[in-house]
Design a protein around this ligand. Structure first.
Ligand SMILES: *Cc1c(COP(=O)(O)O)cnc(C)c1O
Length: 368
């Protein structure tokens, strides 16, 4: 039985998740914000594994867990996470009974949602300008009135541009948030308040209120344009399966988009776009292999990439079995998730979250 699953895929690619780095980041964020920290573990912990991340974050001082869907929250409970969990996104027809029975706090943006979450402890969400979900300012007084007999634990909102230092929308949203809080207070509520994501937790401790909700910075990826002592938690690695000499003039990989200009040694690495290496990186990225960065040549295939290792006679010859770092913390010169994101015109959130896939095994360092 076990063989069917474990033997199905060779150990071709893995993400290494360093929970000690994660604990360091949580401690840094808690110290900066000086209020309780909610560790956001939606989307399987941004691709790092929701349960191990939640447990390590709680060990490091976080006191709340944040999830997107109630199902994610229930899975955390089933895995033994006992801390308060807030789940903020549910569909109108979603069955919330499991989440309510599991004692999951739920986000509420409307009177209709208030009815659907009957029996749960709730956090009323005011839309202060992101214009996604959240209750509008117009409907807010009705919502807080309707919620008078409910267990309202928090009011909260979400910032649109906290990663842009000094963006005026941040203060405007805070002002609207304060106003919404006054209305809730006047209706008899005494909730906690939370609006800050990672970027705000790092740069606007004055907006920490009673809790910060941190995701990306906990994973060691810095959302703000200034230095922070964050340690990237994920390393994506594989290893060389074979090397071979290729003659000058030969084309490599589909479409022969790269042609060897000289005789060269090519290393085959068994990871491709099915494993989280975006095909859009074809022809413009490097891996860290045998002591230095080396260019990946030709197109990224579904399961493989090809690395140009030159004459392969220097101090650092490449051999089958050698470790290949696709991205990592960057401390040894290896590429980072941020570099991939910049090349692809996206954000590192998307790069790491995209590593949540069955073909790539996950290994934890620092599991307690
Ligand atoms: C994802 C999310 C966060 C965390 O955002 P980061 O930028 O990753 O820190 C906080 N609050 C809500 C509502 C979110 O959806």
């Amino acid at each position: 039985m076990g063989d069917v699953m474990s033997g199905q895929y060779a150990p071709r690619a893995e993400t290494v998740v360093d929970l000690d780095s994660l604990r360091h980041n949580v401690a840094l964020l808690a110290d900066r914000a000086q209020v309780p920290v909610m560790a956001v573990v939606k989307a399987d912990g941004y691709g790092h594994g929701a349960v191990p991340v939640a447990k390590a974050a709680l060990e490091a001082g976080a006191t709340w867990i944040g999830a997107a869907s109630p199902a994610e929250a229930v899975d955390l409970r089933k895995a033994g996470v006992e801390a308060p969990i807030l789940a903020w996104l549910h569909a109108p027809d979603e069955d919330l009974s499991d989440a309510i029975a599991a004692g999951v706090d739920l986000g509420v943006s409307s009177v209709a949602e208030l009815r659907a979450t009957e029996g749960a402890r709730i956090h009323l969400k005011i839309d202060t300008g992101l214009n996604r979900n959240g209750c509008s300012a117009e409907e807010w007084p009705d919502l807080v009135q309707a919620a008078r007999d409910h267990d309202v634990h928090g009011i909260w909102s979400h910032l649109a541009s906290a990663d842009e230092l000094g963006n005026p929308s941040i203060d405007l949203q805070a002002k609207r948030f304060d106003h919404a809080y006054e209305i809730a207070r006047a209706a008899g509520h005494t909730p906690i308040r939370h609006i800050a994501n990672s970027a705000a937790a790092l740069t606007r401790p004055d907006l920490a209120y009673d809790m910060v909700r941190v995701g990306i910075a906990m994973y060691g990826l810095n959302p703000v344009p200034r230095h922070e002592d964050l340690r990237p938690v994920m390393t994506f690695r594989s290893s060389v399966v074979s090397t071979k000499l290729t003659r000058a003039g030969e084309g490599v990989s589909y479409g022969h988009t790269w042609i060897a200009e000289r005789d060269t040694t090519l290393a085959l690495v068994p990871v491709g776009y099915a494993d989280g290496v975006p095909r859009g990186l074809s022809g413009r990225f490097e891996v860290f292999l045998a002591g230095r960065r080396r260019p990946v040549v030709g197109r990224v295939c579904m399961d493989q990439i090809v690395v140009d290792c030159g004459d392969n006679r220097g101090d650092d010859p490449v051999n089958p079995g050698d470790e290949v770092i696709l991205f990592g913390p960057g401390a040894h010169g290896e590429p980072t998730a941020r570099e991939w994101a910049d090349k692809l015109g996206t954000i590192d959130y998307e790069i790491v979250t995209n590593m949540y896939r069955p073909r790539v095994r996950r290994r934890y360092v620092g599991m307690s």
